[in-house]
Design a protein around this ligand. Structure first.
Ligand code: SAH
Ligand code: SF4
Ligand code: F3S
Length: 472
């Protein structure tokens, strides 16, 4: 049993990151652990977790499990969790309650928790106190050890916890079962060293570790051969890519090399404004297959709050970068993340945030109320602002964001835009859905043969969250 440790998770040392290419192995006696059994993986949180779940599914299939279409049908249920805000936590424990219920009528059901919550010391304490009937708990650093952990629990018929609070290495040979045949996530880096004062990610994901360019480019080249149309390069801070490799090769170089593979669409998330270089902007502007869409988290428009958040840019610097991107990449869509109610955020601070939104007129935004996370500096900051005030700020902010989302979408009316059709839309039969180069959700009439193709669509109707169009 390995338990997570907050103090260890907070540490950053000079220890060398190892690239391990033979770390994942499924020994013969684990290969039948899943024979005749079905699994269900429920994923919370960011794209990185989505992609981790694709790895987990492939590992389970290496043990001969097959995928269940619902939780009720499964013999093994895994919750891949997110720790970013309190409501993510609450959702998971709600689901754990449901699983307990299922386990009462199906005693052989195997249930486990993994992901970012599993990396939290206090969560694992809670599991040990209240949820000992769970079978496995593992973290973000040892997904590749799932066969061993599962076997351990099955052998001993008791809860097996294996979570490592380490800075982490790069494991290169983990298999993947991708959810889509057309769009693929590609990790370019793990962890985060920015330590924004409100954020739990540096503790749950370890230190920043970039994958070497060769591994990334080869993965993308293989995706092209396999018929994929789009890759999204993943990292908490993609702009800082390569800084830890000391090879004088950064995100701009990587963007160019990935674009040169000929994949039709290249995307990347998330861009921290701090590391956004002119060279990157040039690369995005130059290559037609790098999509004109950037997620550029603001967090707050107040320079004094930004300082307390440890974001290392001011309101003016953010606006300068925003305007430069808009000038140099015509038609580029920009979305953002904003937190309201950071400790002691004054009304003036909040008005600064609204001012930035009024200036940037974002294509869309994710907005959140600050949620104190155990172990982070912001949790210990004095906060005199009531929840009512925070909620009303969030509401006011959302109204403004929605107004600009609609305005940004309105500009598309009558235009012809490229859409990668991904699958059937919820809007009804014969309706397909997909995204424009600028990441706008579009619904069109079409048939199965068009799925997986990039088609020209004329936009005929525009809403706040989506658009309707006709294939031309
Ligand atoms: N690496 C990305 C953010 C990843 S987390 C970046 O630096 O921009 C996604 C978003 O969750 C953040 O942008 C932030 O807006 C929000 N978030 C993170 N921690 C939070 C907290 N403690 N309370 C509320 N929102 C938070
Ligand atoms: Fe969290 Fe900041 Fe790292 Fe983003 S950059 S993951 S907000 S610490
Ligand atoms: Fe959540 Fe972990 Fe992602 S905390 S946002 S799943 S990195």
């Amino acid at each position: 049993m390995n338990l997570p440790n907050l103090k260890e998770a907070q540490k950053r040392t000079k220890k060398e990151v190892l690239v391990k290419t033979n770390e994942y192995i499924v020994s013969e006696n684990f290969k039948n652990l899943g024979l005749g059994k079905k699994y269900f993986v429920k994923t919370y949180g960011c794209q990185m977790n989505e992609h981790d779940s694709e790895n987990i599914k492939a590992i389970l299939e290496d043990m001969n499990f097959t995928e269940a279409s619902s939780m009720e049908q499964a013999d093994l249920i895994l919750l891949n969790t997110c720790a970013i805000r309190e409501n993510a936590h609450n959702k998971v424990f709600g689901m754990v309650g449901r699983i307990k219920h299922l386990k009462e009528s199906k005693p052989n059901l195997i249930a486990g928790i993994c992901g970012c919550m599993a990396q939290e010391e206090h969560i694992v304490e809670e599991i040990l106190n209240k949820y000992r009937w769970l079978d496995i708990v593992f973290g973000t650093h040892n997904i590749h050890e799932l066969p061993k952990i599962l076997n351990e629990s099955l052998q001993k018929q008791k809860l097996e916890i294996d979570v490592q609070s380490i800075e982490g290495d790069v494991i290169e040979n983990v298999p993947v079962k991708r959810d889509s045949k057309y769009k693929a996530w590609v990790n370019i880096m793990y962890g985060c060293d920015k330590f924004c004062t409100y954020c739990i990610v540096p503790y749950t994901r370890g230190k920043q570790r970039s994958r070497t360019p060769e591994f990334i480019i080869n993965e993308v080249k293989q995706l092209v051969i396999d018929g994929y149309k789009e890759v999204t390069l993943l990292g908490q801070n993609v702009n800082a890519y390569g800084k830890d490799l000391n090879i004088n090769y950064g995100m701009a170089n990587l963007l160019r090399d990935v674009a040169e593979t000929g994949i039709e669409r290249v995307r990347f998330v998330t861009s921290h404004p701090w590391d956004f270089t002119d060279d990157m902007i040039d690369a995005i502007a130059k290559y037609e297959n790098i999509m004109p869409y950037i997620h550029l988290p603001l967090q707050s428009g107040s320079s004094s709050i930004l300082k307390k958040m440890g974001r290392r840019y001011t309101k003016e610097e953010y606006l300068g970068l925003f305007n430069k991107i808009k000038e140099r990449i015509p038609g580029c869509a920009i979305t953002t993340d904003i937190i309201v109610g950071f400790p002691n955020e004054t009304n003036e601070d909040f008005l600064e945030t609204l001012d930035v939104v009024n200036k940037c007129k974002y294509d869309s935004a994710f907005t959140f109320i600050f949620s104190p996370r155990i172990g982070t500096p912001a949790m210990r900051m004095e906060d005199r602002i009531s929840l009512e005030v925070k909620e009303s700020r969030l509401q006011e902010l959302n109204q403004l964001i929605n107004k600009y989302s609609k305005e940004a979408n309105d500009k598309y009316l009558g235009q012809v835009v490229p859409v990668l059709l991904e699958g059937y839309s919820e809007k009804g039969e014969d309706m397909l859905m997909g995204y424009t180069d600028t990441m706008k959700l579009v619904n069109v009439k079409g048939n199965k043969t068009m799925i997986g193709k990039i088609v020209d669509v004329k936009i005929t109707d525009v809403k706040t969250w989506s658009m309707d169009g006709e294939i031309i």
